[in-house]
Design a protein around this ligand. Structure first.
Ligand code: PLZ
Length: 443
């Protein structure tokens, strides 16, 4: 494994990264952005090593993917074995055990002990697309309800579900129809204050669905139990439970998009568990396979099996190499207690973020759970005016010091932290030191 030590040998980015970046600009479509143009050669644990020999602390996990670490030992050996056995048959042509084993694991691990079925896909967006297809087929209804600040992907249907225009939807329409948007119970920005947020957001949600769609036309409500790209928004306590109960009472399916929040990230296997929510359908991806492309839809057996044979599939969905990686990643999470590790990361980072927020009034909110934490930056103490410039300045200052940080948020004013769950405590502390210095120098 890469030595678990931050080390800066050149400026960030260094000369070899700059050369590669020039090649990227000439060869890769301009629409494909780069947060930090440091080209990675090896990575593991909490460190990513670039082509100039710099070793950066990873507070991003490739957007919540390498929760078990990069090149995690079990994942590597499982993938190596599978790749030399066979790499592809297409599960819907001649199947194999690995796919079935992943489905069994998902059925067991996702919330609720009812009978479940799963289908495997390639990406998060494809999982969300399939969840919507299944919900429509199972209910015979068309309408789907999504929330403000939601992110569900970049394909046509999932762009319609995603809330933010720039950069995800700008000039890419027209979008899929029968998607409706309702307010999110966003405590920090709730107009009448966080204490009223859950009840008022729920009342608006139900009255809008009733008046603008009609319950009997609504197939499903899709929600991220902690919103990811939208800014790590933790719904006001009780909101998810009220939505879940209301969905059940109206025969509307609840789809929990756990693509970013799942697989031990928040300190539970799935973020829904924290409030005891049992969704009808769960979408997963990212952390599921230690970096290999895999995604899934898991749901109530009666809902999933409402689709006719042959109605779900794809050439690569549930590729055997990705499945081998998933089985190894899931084993790693269980054996190494990565839910416990996420809680431990929270116990180190959250108090330090709160102390930082006391010192700098521009930190308007500190939130998140487990190793899915964020701070929201505003213009001044007591203000809610977003501060995107400071957010990118802090992030850039962290990057220069060898700390990979990501931003998020509808208003581009959230710094989010998603370290690999296997990161060592010393690197977490050092990353926090770097962030504190960035605030001292910038804010
Ligand atoms: N649902 C909750 O977080 C992916 C997007 C990065 P894909 N989030 C990272 C970017 O800029 O494209 C995501 C998510 C939630 C769905 C998705 C989509 O997953 O695997 O990127 O398609």
């Amino acid at each position: 494994m890469v030595e678990q030590q931050r080390r800066l040998r050149t400026e960030i980015p260094g000369p070899r990264s700059n050369e590669l970046h020039a090649r990227k600009q000439a060869a890769v479509a301009a629409g494909v952005g780069t947060t930090l143009p440091v080209y990675i050669e090896r990575a593991g644990g909490g460190i990513a090593m670039d082509v100039d020999g710099n070793q950066l602390i990873d507070f991003g996990s490739g957007i919540a993917v390498t929760s078990v670490g990069n090149a995690a030992p079990r994942v590597v050996s499982s993938v190596q074995a599978q790749v030399s056995d066979f790499t592809h048959t297409c599960f819907t042509i001649t199947p194999y055990e690995e796919y079935v084993a992943v489905a069994e694991k998902l059925n067991e691990l996702t919330p609720g002990d009812h009978e479940k079925r799963s289908v495997l896909l390639n990406s998060g967006a494809e999982a969300v697309e399939n969840a919507v297809k299944i919900a429509r087929a199972a209910t015979g209804r068309a309408s789907i309800v999504a929330f403000d600040h939601a992110y569900h992907g970049r394909t046509n249907l999932t762009m319609a579900l995603t809330a933010k225009s720039m950069p995800y939807k700008h000039r890419f329409g027209p979008f899929a129809s029968e998607i409706y948007r309702v307010p999110m119970a966003y405590p920090f920005r709730w107009p009448t204050g966080p204490e009223n947020c859950a009840d008022e957001a729920f009342a608006t949600f139900t009255s809008q669905v009733h008046a603008q769609i009609g319950e009997s036309n609504t197939a499903a409500v899709i929600i991220e139990p902690i919103q990811g790209e939208g800014g790590f928004i933790v719904p006001a306590p009780g909101f998810l439970r009220m939505v879940a109960q209301w969905c059940a009472a109206n025969d509307i399916l609840l789809i929990a998009d756990e693509i970013q929040s799942g697989f031990c990230r928040t300190g539970d296997w799935f973020a829904c568990e924290f409030e005891g929510i049992v969704p009808d359908i769960v979408t997963t991806a990212k952390g599921i396979a230690g970096g290999l492309p895999l995604a899934a839809v898991t749901g109530r057996a009666d809902v999933m099996d409402a689709v006719h044979a042959g109605g779900l599939g794809g050439t690569y969905g549930g590729n055997p190499v990705a499945c081998a990686a998933a089985l190894a990643a899931i084993e790693t999470m269980a054996v190494e207690d990565l839910c416990g590790a996420a809680k431990h990361i929270e116990s180190i980072m959250l108090p330090r973020l709160r102390t930082l927020a006391e010192k700098y009034g521009v930190i308007g909110d500190v939130r998140g759970r487990g190793a899915m934490l964020a701070i929201e930056l505003v213009a001044d103490v007591g203000s809610r005016e977003p501060n995107p410039d400071l957010t990118s300045a802090i992030s850039a200052a962290c990057h220069r010091e060898g700390l990979i940080t990501l931003t998020a948020g509808t208003f581009n004013n959230v710094l989010r932290f998603l370290p690999p769950l296997v990161i060592g405590e010393a690197l977490v502390q050092e990353g926090m030191d770097i962030m504190e210095s960035a605030f001292a120098a910038t804010a």
